[in-house]
Ligand binder design. Structure first.
Ligand SMILES: Nc1nc2c(ncn2[C@@H]2O[C@H](COP(=O)(O)OP(=O)(O)OP(=O)(O)O)[C@@H](O)[C@H]2O)c(=O)[nH]1
Ligand SMILES: [Mg+2]
Length: 324
């Protein structure tokens, strides 16, 4: 049986404190069972599932305590890994304190702010190396309802390989957004779906649960996008690898405390430009590399770095750009 007190080599480059052993989470069975792979007879006994949710944080001092308590209440058998980029408001320290109180929480202290993608890659790798069967992710700003976490885990038990909390399936909603922002986001998602042939309706959702082997299969360490684009890059890899995704409707609420790290319109424009660039590279590699040699293409490349193309097993050769 594993415990947090066992240090992992993947953590060795970060200052990860040994948590109080009294606060160590038990590896007790969650009661959940992962479904057997298709075509394999269902075993009479399936081993208990160990699950963890990775929560990236930057300046979430006002949200982190409530979030950790709510996760532990909603999904007591699920551990939490907070990945903090040395938030100057003390988020990491608060997470340690509340974690010691509620148990089952580990805090990964990173040395500087490097963006969401880097934080997720680090957190996922630590969780995978720790042998978790299921690795989930969610934002720290309470936009994602912790009570939905068990539903995502249940979807995996029901046979999905990945569960995505989705605003764009029946039952999903974004009540606080203006009609304009809702329209923009829905259009952006639809466009990315079409351009990159995604099978996920809510490709930018950061509320997900993965079976661990899927993260390995899509070569999560090989992803390169940061920020908002990270979710689209992983959605692309899931689609390209033919992973079974189930979308669970969620109500996405705006943060009420703390600062957003996203400039909405700028992020949307940059994201769509990169999606366009990437989509063209996939669909028409010769045309896109010819475009890059034109003054217009060079101008754009200087300002909006092209979205990195997936490398590795999950991305499996489908329309890979010869330039990358
Ligand atoms: N570790 C780490 N976490 C980050 C970084 N940037 C954002 N986050 C966290 O990522 C999650 C999503 O960030 P938000 O600022 O809420 O961005 P958003 O959800 O896209 O936009 P809003 O909901 O409008 O604020 C939150 O938990 C943030 O604290 C970063 O550079 N490093
Ligand atoms: Mg948010």
């Amino acid at each position: 049986m594993r415990s947090w007190s066992r240090r992992r080599s993947a953590c060795s480059d970060a200052a990860v404190p040994e948590p109080d052993s009294a606060a160590a989470p038990s590896a007790a069975p969650s009661g959940a069972r992962i479904g057997a792979p298709v075509g394999v007879p269902t075993p009479r006994y399936t081993p208990p599932v160990r699950s963890i949710v990775v929560v990236p944080t930057y300046c979430e001092a006002e949200n982190i305590a409530g979030l950790l308590r709510a996760i532990r209440a909603a999904a007591p058998a699920t551990d939490v890994l907070v990945v903090d980029d040395d938030s100057p408001d003390g988020t990491g320290r608060i997470a340690e304190e509340v974690g010691a109180e509620v148990g089952g929480v580990r805090v990964l202290h990173r040395v500087r702010k490097e963006g969401l993608g880097a934080a997720y890659r680090h957190g996922f790798r630590v969780a995978l190396d720790d042998g978790y069967d299921v690795v989930a992710q969610m934002d720290a700003d309470l936009s994602h309802e912790p009570a939905v976490l068990p539903q995502l885990l249940d979807a995996l038990v029901g046979g999905a390989e990945v569960a995505v909390g989705s605003r764009y399936v029946p039952g999903g909603s974004i009540p606080n957004w203006t009609r304009f922002r809702r329209g923009l986001s829905r259009w952006g998602n639809g466009y990315a779906r079409w351009m990159l042939r995604l099978t996920v309706r809510d490709a930018t959702s950061a509320f997900r649960a993965y079976r661990s082997e899927v993260l390995e299969r899509i070569d999560i360490d090989g992803t390169r996008a940061n920020g908002y684009l990270f979710q689209i890059e992983t959605a692309y890899r899931l689609s390209a690898a033919g992973v079974r995704v189930q979308e669970v409707p969620i109500t996405f609420v705006d943060r009420v405390a703390g600062q957003s790290k996203m400039a909405v319109v700028r992020t949307m424009v940059e994201t769509e430009l990169r999606v366009t660039w990437w989509g063209l590279s996939l669909r028409a590699p010769r045309l896109s590399s010819a475009f890059r040699r034109t003054p217009g293409g060079r101008y754009l490349a200087d300002r909006v770095a092209p979205m990195p193309l997936p490398q590795g097993p999950g991305a499996g050769g489908r329309g890979r750009d010869p330039e990358h």
